[in-house]
Design a protein around this ligand. Structure first.
Ligand code: UD1
Length: 421
């Protein structure tokens, strides 16, 4: 997919935005529908390319799928096909979420090794080791992967995760809900999207305790029903918008968002001079004066500062008064946007896993290239803060996680448009 974004920056952002369902919730939730025997409907689903690829995977294994105006309905077949279609499976890392559901629904699964953002090595050993401990046979051949369930199905296990991987916790949760017996996952990740998956599975009849904490207990059940479900709002989209208004100035009201799930981001912006008012299901963020440096920010597993929010937060601080340092130990290449920040005139340098920013008075628009999803969104923020015109290439990365970023910021007063489609 080609195309580019053209942004003439320097305008404040003002208005109201309704935050859609979280990408990182809806992707595992779509895969989890293969565990259910009845139809499943999701509401509030954004039109992202990762969602389109997920629907293509579901269709490819035999599901009936309909999608209209944010409502997605999935009907699973009695017996699904076990081979994931190559194109969409390669296009995103989230194809790994189909391993556990297809082991139950088809008894086996074959897929290419998953793709996704190039922000680090991102192996899937924890997913595979956990599934193997539950009885799956794992074969790695060439660029592909085949897993087979034993004839009697997967069994429960008491298992300690090597590190708290978000995706692997979700994979093993999906495997455990229909495995024979009890599973205990120790050292699990605690992200709200994991709790969301557990809440959905619970609505379908799964027996889960402790999701959102490091120890999760699951009593496997024979069958799960269908249901209708609205996933939690996207805390990274909300953080992106909060970062953008902090960088550009103005006032944004974010509806359908959970301030408690983005507390470290809001604390940083408040410390730096933004006014933030948390509401029951939303927040108002305002930046009128100048932004001061944010000190040192360490990312980590929830409830620490979200790694995905680090680049979009960093973009806000390029013109702050003083120094801000973002240190990310989750992914080796989190700040691929640093060189493009510098091209805009920012004073940034990478020190190991940290990005060190010394605020400058002015950024000047230029040609930029998005290299991953959140780095790409960070370049949009930086270009919105810069004087003059920027062109952003590599926008296919941004479309994986933001429905229509030009329409979104355009509505808030930015001068931004798509070109070359
Ligand atoms: C999920 C999110 C992603 C977010 C990340 C960390 C989704 C769809 N994506 O990604 O947006 O940035 O959590 O919050 O929810 N690791 C291994 N082996 C594995 C799995 C992971 O070594 O089998 C390593 C990774 O390389 C990384 C760390 O564990 O260094 C954390 O990764 P993980 O939590 O698994 O991230 P994802 O689930 O891929």
């Amino acid at each position: 997919m080609g195309g580019e974004l053209i942004i003439r920056g320097g305008r404040p952002l003002n208005g109201t935005v309704r935050i859609p369902a979280a990408k990182n919730s809806i992707l595992p939730l779509l895969a989890a529908t293969l565990l259910c025997d009845g139809p499943v409907t999701f509401e509030d689903v954004p039109a992202l390319t990762d969602v389109e690829n997920s629907l293509a995977l579901l269709r490819g294994v035999g599901c009936g799928v309909s999608s209209r105006a944010g409502r997605v309905r999935i009907c699973t077949p009695r017996r699904a096909l076990s081979v994931l279609p190559e194109g969409p499976a390669r296009a995103m890392r989230s194809s790994v979420f189909y391993l556990a559901p297809l082991l139950h629904r088809a008894g086996a699964v074959t897929m290419p090794l998953p793709g996704g953002c190039r922000i680090g090595a991102r192996p899937i050993d924890i997913h595979l080791d956990g599934l193997a401990a539950m009885g799956a046979r794992v074969e790695l051949r060439g660029g592909g992967l085949t897993l087979k369930a034993p004839p009697e199905g997967l069994h429960g296990v008491d298992w300690k995760m090597r590190l708290p991987s978000v995706g692997a916790t979700e994979t093993l949760l999906m495997a455990a809900v229909r495995a024979r017996g009890v599973t205990v996952l120790r050292g699990a990740a605690c992200e709200p999207e994991i709790e969301d998956l557990a809440r959905f599975l619970g609505k379908c009849g799964a027996l889960i305790c402790g999701a959102g904490t490091p120890t999760i207990w699951v009593q496997g059940v024979r069958a799960l029903s269908g249901t209708s479900y609205t996933p939690i709002p996207d805390r990274i989209t909300a953080s992106t918008l909060a970062g953008a208004v902090a960088g550009c100035g103005g006032r944004l009201e974010l509806e359908n968002c959970r301030p408690d799930q983005m507390a470290p981001m809001l604390a940083l912006l408040k410390r730096a001079g933004c006014q933030i008012e948390s509401r029951d299901k939303g927040l108002v963020i305002r930046r009128q004066g100048s932004l001061s440096g944010g000190g040192t920010v360490y990312t980590g597993g929830y409830p620490a500062f979200a790694t995905d929010a680090a680049p979009v937060a960093a973009a806000a601080f390029l013109r702050a008064e003083g120094e801000t340092r973002f240190c990310d130990r989750v992914f080796e290449n989190r700040f691929s946007c640093a060189e493009d920040f510098a091209r805009l005139g920012a004073d940034v340098r990478r020190e190991g896993c940290c990005l060190v920013i010394r605020g400058v008075k002015e950024l000047r628009g230029c040609a930029l290239r998005a290299r991953d999803l959140r780095g790409g969104a960070a370049l949009v923020t930086a270009a919105l803060c810069a004087e003059g015109e920027s062109r952003i290439f590599g926008v296919e990365h941004i479309r994986r996680g933001y429905e229509d970023i030009a329409e979104l910021y355009g509505r808030l007063g930015a001068d931004i448009e798509w070109a070359g489609w």
